[in-house]
Write a protein that binds this ligand. Structure first.
Ligand code: ZN
Length: 445
């Protein structure tokens, strides 16, 4: 039905454009519609077949009209990629389309989908020979596109979602210099190295406690579309051994559709406090195990941890709480103090910029400032303090509140869903161990 509408709309547009040929075309119209009614309701088939019956019918009556066909039916395509600062108007302008076109598309019912554009998305403009925007493809990702079609004076849209093929991949590595380097060596994409650090970063201090010989292994999704690799999806299960202690995590999507990482027993990996209130991959000294923290050693009676990081590195609230101070003093420079419930307080000193005000409520991982060297500081770093009932504790070693276990109602489903994932990880681990044993034996022979 849609195809027939599309076609009749199109033929009507020919009427408007070629009034002198009105009669010829209209006599062909009935035949065309009849012929097309028997064709499959599929877009690509439709495009391939549309020209044929029409050409045939018209040729019989008026050969001179053949010049209209089939070029008149083909759209001229232009492509524009969204870059930062783009909006619909700038994109349409670059595609040589008018503000009226922008209005018509965006004011249509389906125009909602075009409200938030992101860099990297693509627009394909299908313009007919009259300069009319007949089709607009908004390609949000290889898996999601919105097709806008001009129909009787307005645009309608159809959202198309494609399902990728998902294969499971396995990687493992041993740390020599840094987690990042070891991840690279294992050919893990950056995104997954960071996700790995995020999953275990609650338990393991990736800045200070990573040692040579620490190891990791993980299974993750590799996504393909029509044989072409789209990139890595989520980590499914992972294991990290830090100084002889092994931590395991497995991904689970609960009945509400929310995904999280849990221990095999069903405790959330996520804790009430971030172990490190900065992105660890921005911390220069945390990256290189051989470098120590010069500022930390020089300052006597030091009551916190110093993280050397480039000026401007985001500083996050370690946990949900309320800002009880946001100010400046000579020794501290710009500082922010956050109170978490009755028991805990965290302090962030020497900030370049403060991003929160006193009295403000903050969520865990909310930006509260940026790294700087204000106050008594020899270079850009974050000085971080952790207080329990008003007493300074070492944020690196303080025992943090236990995370909540998975809801009792979910427990059975959780165990069922995650068991096979953990077994799969273990099988891969054994297989590579076996392979390396055989390799060693054969090289000994
Ligand atoms: Zn300090």
């Amino acid at each position: 039905m849609i195809n027939l509408q599309k076609l009749s709309g199109f033929l009507l547009s020919i009427f408007r454009e070629f009034p002198r040929r009105h009669l010829i075309v209209s006599s062909a119209l009935a035949g065309c519609l009849l012929a097309l009614a028997t064709y499959p309701n599929n877009d690509t088939d439709f495009k391939r077949q549309i020209a044929e019956p029409i050409t045939l019918v018209i040729e019989e009556r008026a050969p001179e009209v053949v010049a209209l066909e089939p070029q008149e039916f083909e759209l001229h395509w232009k492509e524009q990629r969204v870059t930062s600062g783009d909006n619909l108007s700038t994109l349409f302008q670059r595609a040589k389309l008018s503000p009226i076109d922008v209005y018509k598309v965006s004011s249509s019912k389906a125009g909602r989908a075009l409200r938030n554009l992101y860099p990297g998305e693509t627009f394909r403009f299908g313009v007919d020979s009259d300069g009319l925007l007949a089709e607009l493809h908004y390609i949000k990702s290889p898996l999601e596109r919105h097709i806008f079609t001009y129909n009787n004076g307005s645009y309608s849209a159809e959202k198309k979602l494609l399902e990728p093929d998902v294969l499971i991949s396995y990687r493992e590595g041993v740390i020599k210099d840094s987690l990042y380097m070891a991840g690279k060596e294992a050919t893990l994409p950056d995104k997954l190295i960071m996700e790995l650090a995020n999953i275990f970063g609650w338990d393991i201090d990736f800045v200070f406690d990573i040692r040579r010989g620490d190891s990791f292994s993980l299974t993750y999704e590799d996504r393909y579309l029509e044989g072409e690799k789209l990139g890595a999806g989520n980590i499914i299960a992972a294991s990290f051994t830090n100084r002889g202690k092994t931590y395991q995590a497995v991904r689970y999507t609960n009945s509400k559709g929310r995904s999280n990482y849990y221990t095999p027993e069903g405790r959330s990996m996520r804790k009430a406090f971030l172990r490190t209130p900065l992105d660890i991959f921005r911390i220069s000294s945390g990256f290189n195990l051989r470098r120590k923290h010069p500022i930390h050693k020089k300052i006597k009676a030091h009551r916190g941890v110093d993280y050397a990081a480039p000026r401007g590195t985001p500083v996050y609230a370690a946990g949900d709480g309320k800002v009880i101070a946001s100010g400046y003093s000579k020794p501290n420079g710009n500082y922010v103090f956050v109170q978490h419930g009755q028991t805990y307080t965290t302090k962030y000193l020497h900030l370049n910029r403060k991003k929160v005000r006193k009295g403000q409520t903050v969520r865990q991982r909310q930006l509260i400032g940026t790294v700087g060297s204000t106050g008594y500081a020899t270079g850009p770093h974050l000085h971080y303090e952790f207080l329990v009932n008003g007493v300074h504790r070492n944020p690196r070693t303080v025992k943090l509140p236990q995370s909540r276990p998975i809801a009792q109602a979910e427990k059975v489903a959780f165990l069922k869903a995650t068991k096979s994932r953990l077994t799969q990880l273990a099988k891969y681990q054994q297989a590579t161990q076996l392979a390396s044993v055989q390799h060693n034996n054969s090289s000994a022979n």
